[in-house]
Design a protein. Structure first.
Length: 119
């Protein structure tokens, strides 16, 4: 995965300043590293991880507190879906154990960070 470091390169985009965006990108990389064998679960986990990243970016660009919270709450739901897909793949023996556990841990951190943004 390509690493983005726009937060230090003078970017004016608001999501580049958010630690949760960087952690969401880590979640996406962790999902890929889990190498989920089941095509449907892999697609679901990947789609949900990408959605977390996109919703965090979208929320950071919203103006009102309520609008930000709404979009961050959507990201949090996608995060839970992503982690569940990885856990299901792991339980079925369709994922690399260490990498899948890393994805679950990363997803847990993203979930907690988003919870703080929703409040």
């Amino acid at each position: 995965m390509h690493e983005f470091n726009n937060h230090s390169s003078g970017s004016i985009l608001p999501h580049h300043r958010l630690a949760v965006y960087r952690k969401a990108l880590e979640l996406l990389a962790a999902v890929r590293a889990a190498q989920i064998a089941d095509t449907k679960l892999r697609d679901e986990a990947s789609r949900a991880a990408k959605s977390v990243c996109l919703n965090v970016a979208e929320g950071s660009g919203r103006v009102s507190r309520a609008d930000k919270a709404r979009v961050y709450a959507i990201a949090r739901g996608e995060c839970v879906e992503c982690v569940a897909a990885v856990e299901i793949a792991l339980a079925a023996g369709d994922a690399l154990e260490g990498a899948a556990q890393n994805a679950v841990q990363c997803g847990t951190e993203v979930y907690l960070m988003l919870g703080a943004l929703v409040r």
